[in-house]
Design a protein around this ligand. Structure first.
Ligand SMILES: [Zn+2]
Length: 458
């Protein structure tokens, strides 16, 4: 098939069900090898737009809205936003609500990131005791996170306390109370990468003691703003040291307007997978009940009832990751659960219009996909063979190739094992190890193995 550059561009703009399926796609081979038969383009996972839900300020039992408010008011006495009636708010967000939320999300396929602040607002250490709750309460709460949340949610420490800076030598909060001793605005000076990594590792270690597994971290508020270039390296070191994870990631940034929401690859030195940290941004503000849980939710800002407007609709239309942001107290909303109800409506609306064009993923899965997309070398060897060299494995890896007709059942071969690919009638039916024809090309979807593999199709 003779595919010239103009054909390529036309195909890039091809729409499936009104949505571009080839967003941000790039040529797997460099421009110099952009000849007709080699044209290969990595698409979104399963040809779908990734969705994710980032939940900040969650932890076990402790309502961070209630406990953070007076500590923030102490550190920033001039700020009106911290003078809210926190005494009237419950001190607890109960596990019954975690269960209700987690089960509903599991039923509807929703995935994302769920923070666990390890020493929440200095109330108690999750790997020791939580004053105000029994040790049985704490054990049950951690078990719920491990069993119900961990399968579908990345667990991140959102630093150690989300309020006071901890002296790592003593484990005590710093004596002074001001902006300089609050995690939200730490550090105020240019600290070393090692120092930063030690702080992150301290937080990660507490969660490890709790039996939780983490591949990433979330920065609270403006944490790390003065050491932005050091943060990816510190995350890499800390996550690898404590958990030995293959691909560390973090959440810090929110992208607005036309800024790309694609994850960023942050390398510490040479551009190889071993030096990589994924920086996965959110694409929305928090328009549910906010960090205190006292705001009136505005679900239409994410997606209106019939999914024709809102930021999520805009991002899906662009074909870029559509990652929603919220804070856990803003789901519970001091017991009214109006934030959770608004969120359910958004999920239903998105599903009703975009159900077969989108896929919910963990933040780590989105990060891994973009890493694989950038680092996998894909070569068309001949008419019926494609070689893939992947420094990272990646499920649902999807790409199009200039293969007008597949005459024989394709298979992927890795380490001598062959896995056949099944034919599906259209892109929206793609699952792992399947293929579909579209516009004179073939879209392949495979669970890409780490290392060398070969795809044969004829
Ligand atoms: Zn936070």
């Amino acid at each position: 098939m003779n595919l010239n550059r103009r054909d390529v561009l036309r195909f890039s703009a091809a729409s499936i069900g009104g949505m571009s399926i080839l967003p941000g796609a790039r040529w797997a081979s460099a421009a110099d090898s952009l000849t007709a038969s080699e044209a290969i383009q990595v698409l979104n996972p399963r040809g779908r737009v990734p969705l994710s839900f980032i939940i900040d300020d969650s932890t076990c039992l402790v309502n961070m809205g209630h406990f953070c408010m007076p500590q923030f008011a102490h550190a920033w006495p001039e700020r009106e936003v911290y003078k809210q009636p926190w005494r009237e708010w419950p001190r607890e967000i109960p596990d019954s609500f975690v269960r209700e939320f987690g089960e509903w999300c599991a039923e509807h396929g929703v995935k994302g990131k769920y923070s666990i602040v390890p020493y929440p607002a200095c109330v108690g250490w999750l790997d020791r005791t939580l004053p105000g709750w029994s040790s049985q309460d704490l054990d049950n709460s951690l078990a719920l996170v491990r069993d119900l949340m961990m399968p579908n949610w990345d667990i991140h420490p959102e630093m150690i306390t989300h309020t006071r800076i901890i002296d790592l030598k003593t484990g005590r909060p710093m004596a002074e109370v001001n902006a300089g001793t609050m995690e939200n605005s730490y550090p105020q000076t240019d600290i070393s990468t090692d120092h930063l990594a030690a702080y992150l590792a301290y937080a990660l270690t507490i969660l490890k003691n709790c039996g939780l597994k983490c591949e990433g971290i979330t920065t609270p508020g403006g944490f790390g703003n003065r050491v932005k270039d050091k943060l990816p390296v510190a995350v890499h070191q800390a996550v690898r040291d404590v958990f030995g994870s293959e691909l560390p990631h973090f959440f810090k940034y929110v992208k607005n307007g036309s800024e790309s929401t694609a994850p960023r690859l942050e390398f510490n030195g040479e551009k190889v997978a071993a030096n990589l940290t994924m920086n996965v941004p959110a694409g929305t503000g928090d328009w549910f009940g906010s960090w205190e849980g006292s705001k009136q939710p505005e679900p239409d800002r994410y997606c209106n009832e019939d999914a024709t407007s809102g930021r999520m609709v805009e991002l899906i239309g662009r074909g870029e990751p559509a990652v929603m942001l919220c804070h856990w107290p803003g789901m519970y909303c001091n017991g009214t659960k109006i934030g959770f109800e608004a969120f359910q409506r958004v999920v239903r609306s998105l599903g009703s219009r975009f159900g077969d064009q989108t896929v919910w993923m963990k933040v780590s899965e989105i990060g891994r996909y973009w890493a694989a997309k950038e680092l996998t070398s894909i070569t068309r060897v001949n008419e019926s063979t494609i070689n893939m060299s992947a420094p990272l494995g990646c499920d649902g890896f999807t790409f199009s190739a200039s293969v007008p007709n597949v005459t024989q059942q394709p298979f992927i071969e890795h380490n001598g094992n062959k896995t056949p690919l099944q034919s599906v009638p259209k892109i929206s039916r793609l699952t792992s190890h399947s293929f579909a024809g579209a516009d004179g090309k073939t879209i392949f979807c495979v669970d890409l193995p780490k290392g060398e593999s070969t795809l044969s199709f004829g």
